[in-house]
Write a protein that binds this ligand. Sequence first.
Ligand code: SAM
Length: 293
Amino acid sequence: MSEALKETKFLIKKYKIKANKNLGQNFLIDDSALQDIVDGANIKENDLVIEIGPGLGSLTKLLLEKAKKVICIELDKKMVKILKERFSIYKNLEIINDDVLKINLEELIKTEKENDNNIKNVKVVANLPYYITTPIIMKLIENNLDIESITVMIQKEVAERLIAIPGTKETGAITYTVYYYCECKKIREVENTCFIPEPEVTSEVINLKVRKEPSVQVKDKKVMFNIIKSAYMQRRKTLVNSLTNVGVFQNKEQGVEILKKIGLREDIRPENIKIEDFAKLTDVFLDNIKNNF
Ligand code: SAM
């Protein structure tokens, strides 16, 4: 029997745990999956690791052996109590009982680095609660946090959308945002039988390495992401039609002209457009506005 399964069963019995579905509690009980998450995160001895949703601590246990310090953020009070008891001998663990979406991570990281000059890099590692995967990842990548990488297990379908190369079949609006900020790679799939209780979906571990410079230069990234979102609201339509409908193009003729200018066919659909082309489109759009005033 795997070590993690043994420990999880023991803790469930000892503390009379009933996994809380509303908090996305599916405990990972597969040693090889746990090890692959830790290996994928490539933790070094001077790293600060932030673990989101430690639960009963099966991942935490491995992280504590590798990192200089582990800060766990866990919403469930009951889990916090168990973690405190289970890891009482570790001096490099801090547990924050709060909602990760409400925490000021910028401040947290800044303070940790100021308090310990030896901390080199900050890495986020987690088996995320799936009901808030997207807001957590957006919070981590959009706020220019001082983070080197994010290694997380999430639902497979979401993972494949996040790490797709923009302009390929799996692309969604969110793909561009992730690609803009991060280099992405898949670590492995994890079957639902590797959890207690079993989730209904297959999972996937991914690694997002935060880029030092964004993947593309654009005059205004907010405007670009709004244009991308508008385009993907009607992903089956041609780009010209969807962007004309939402008023990015004044009319279809203007849209066709702009696409021509940046070298795109007039019948192109959003899911075939690379981020570089959305960046060019944004720049032309902004120049047009400027010239009209
Ligand atoms: N890391 C553990 C494991 O791999 O077995 C548990 C992972 S479980 C999928 C997700 C964990 O996130 C749960 O412990 C849950 O209580 C916690 N959680 C849910 N919502 C949260 C939130 N908003 N902020 C922090 N933790 C949260």
